[in-house]
Design a protein around this ligand. Structure first.
Ligand code: KG4
Ligand code: ZN
Length: 344
């Protein structure tokens, strides 16, 4: 079965074609960074309008790359939540309409389920059961994954998501949107010994997170280090703050992941979501998990951030299980992972 996947939940238009026998055939992502950069963040209405412009041309391009005509597609998968309502409506409307026009089944996909399954596009893929750390712009969650559709939430952020904390701290450092990768690049030049940020909620039991205090800590550190006459701190200080922030987030995530593995008795950890593209996180997490005899899996960076390949994969699994949507669609901007229908 060949499934076309459409991702439009935020500021990336992503298209992928996944073949359940042959694997991923092609994928393409168009990022709206240039549109939102002057506003310092995603402007929902501009995001929706750009998805309207980009989705169909990108579908044509992805079909062309795979050497396929539209008649070769057996199902269409589109993100229906969580995400920005207008942006979701664009992808869902296009996806459901194409499925109707091509007389194939259509399926609405949960964006976080797709992130969580993205490592399945890699070789080797992790075996179930595993613990997944989902770290994106909107979510920070630890999930026990027993199998397809079998997800139990172990812990989540009580305030900002990890990616959100990266983005907000990046703003304090005067870095342009999208802040996470920019902050990571700046941190590379930073001295890890100069500042020490707290590791929030690691001194008490449980698997929840809280990241909003770190940006306040960064703000105060920058204020105290400010140049003379209210000038912003020098470049090295900004890099040192970025480094201290990144170390604190990575350490906190490592502590909670090790705890989750111990509590569940599972030895496989999966990293997914935009922040899992962070090189420092990947490297340090691998060392920490392997030191305990566990195994770490993560997708290639382009499948950590939003993309259509993961939507095609997740949709294909549900279509294979006989699930499909009737001739209507609905989006769910606040859809929770534990509200997903099971596979059987
Ligand atoms: O999964 P994603 O593309 O979109 C959502 O579903 O939210 O995640 C985007 C988030 C943003 O907050 C972005 O700053 C962060 O992932 N991010 C990173 C890196 N690459 C993306 N954060 C830290 N380091 C990175 N290299
Ligand atoms: Zn995402």
């Amino acid at each position: 079965m060949r499934v076309l996947g459409i991702e439009t939940s935020c500021d990336e238009t992503g298209i992928g074609i996944y073949d359940t026998q042959r694997g991923l055939l092609s994928h393409a992502v168009y990022s709206q960074t240039e549109i939102h950069v002057e506003y310092g963040g995603v402007v929902p209405e501009l995001a929706s309008r750009d998805h309207v412009r980009k989705t169909l041309p990108l579908i044509r391009e992805t079909l062309r790359q795979a050497g396929l005509g539209s008649g070769a597609i057996d199902g269409v998968a589109y993100t229906v939540g969580p995400g920005l309502v207008g942006a979701l409506l664009v992808g869902a409307a296009i996806g459901r309409s194409l499925a109707w026009g091509w007389a194939v089944p259509g399926i609405g996909v949960h964006h976080m389920e797709a992130h969580l399954l993205a490592p399945m596009l890699e070789d080797p893929a992790p075996a179930y059961p595993f613990v997944a750390l989902l770290v994106s712009g909107g979510h920070t969650q630890l999930v026990r994954v027993g199998g397809l559709g079998d997800y139990s939430l172990l812990g989540e952020s009580e305030d900002d998501a990890a990616g959100e904390a990266f983005d907000k701290t990046a703003k304090l450092l005067h870095l342009p949107y999208p802040g996470g990768p920019q902050l990571a690049a700046l941190a590379r030049r930073g001295d890890p010994a100069r500042y020490r940020f707290p590791r929030p909620m690691t001194d008490r039991p449980g698997l929840n997170f809280s990241f909003s205090g770190l940006k306040t800590f960064a703000f105060n550190t920058l204020q105290n280090a400010g140049g003379q006459g209210g000038l912003p701190p020098d470049d090295q200080t900004r890099a040192d703050v970025a480094r201290a922030f990144e170390e604190a987030v990575v350490d906190t995530l490592i502590i909670k992941c090790r705890r989750a593995l111990r509590l569940t008795g599972i030895h496989t950890l999966v990293l997914a979501g935009g922040v899992s593209a962070n090189r420092h996180l990947r490297e340090r997490m691998a060392i920490a998990i392997e030191a305990e005899g566990g195994r770490l899996f993560y997708p290639r960076p382009e499948f950590c951030t939003d993309n259509g390949a993961m939507i095609a994969y997740a949709g294909a699994q549900r279509l294979l299980a006989g699930q499909a949507e009737a001739l209507r669609f609905n989006v769910n901007p606040r859809w929770r992972l534990d509200e997903l229908p099971p596979f059987h």
